[in-house]
Design a protein around this ligand. Sequence first.
Ligand code: FES
Length: 100
Amino acid sequence: MNSDDERYICRCEEVTEKEIREAVRAGARTVTEVKRWTRAGMGICQGRSCKRLVERILAEELGVSPAELEPSTVRPPIRPVSISAINMEETRERNDREEG
Ligand code: FES
C-alpha cells in the first residue's frame, strides 16, 4: 500500500485516494461514476476542492490525460432560504419604492 492511499482527496465526504482508485478498478469510468460510487464531490463544496484531484486519479488509473475524460455534471452549492426571508426582502423593496 502506498502512503498516499489513505490521504483524503475529498475532505467534505472523507473519501481517500485508495477508495477512488478502488472505484475505478471496480469499473467507474467517469468522474460522475466515481462520484456515485464514493460520494467524492457530493459534499458541501460540490467538488470545488476535490474535482481536479479526482480527475487526475481517474485519468492516471485509466491511462489517459484528464482532458480526455468525459466532463462531469456540476451543480452550484445551494443554501435553503426561508419564506420569511423572501417575504422580508419583498417588503423591503416595496417600502423602498413607496419612500423613493
Ligand atoms: S472536497 Fe469533495 S465535495 Fe468538497
